[in-house]
Design a protein around this ligand. Sequence first.
Ligand SMILES: [Fe+2]
Length: 190
Amino acid sequence: MPLSIAVKRQRACAALMQQVHAVTDAEGPTPSALHALKLKLVALAARSDLFPLSDFEMPVTQGRNHPLLVEENDGHGLYLTINMPGKEAAPHDHGIWCVNAAVSGVEKHEFYSLTDTGSGTVVKTGEVVVRPGHGMAMSDRAIHSTIVEGNEPAIGLALYGYALARFPAVVWYHPDFGSTRASPSKRLAA
Ligand SMILES: [Fe+2]
């Protein structure tokens, strides 16, 4: 009997996670390790037959994450993300490394460096357009903003050092108000 798409997807995600650990366990999340993870995630995202939209509910509002493979305890989390056209996020860091790759649609990421911790002033240092065949990698303290471009939802794969349910505080930078704001850490609650 041929394997269902869901089983193929599960196996492909498990194979990816094994490769991810071969890198992260040996090296930690160094810039070269994150680059290697990005290439692996881009390769998985290119297999769009494994991620038919009929298997994933669309967001009720702006965006939605579907767990693909979430490891226990302080393991990694792999998700399929759906972000609707126009969805944007102000500059923030995650406190944990992150790698993205597009299945379809286009999301622009702008990167920043923090020039004044007190006021939360950030200065743009670069940008990456995540579209099919492309991805992005960011370290635990990297700051990015995002916007979905075009008329299609941005469907992508997102791999995080920790599962979303065990995320550290996410820090948002609001230079216009001279402030930063941190969402509560989920590290203790999990
Ligand atoms: Fe983010």
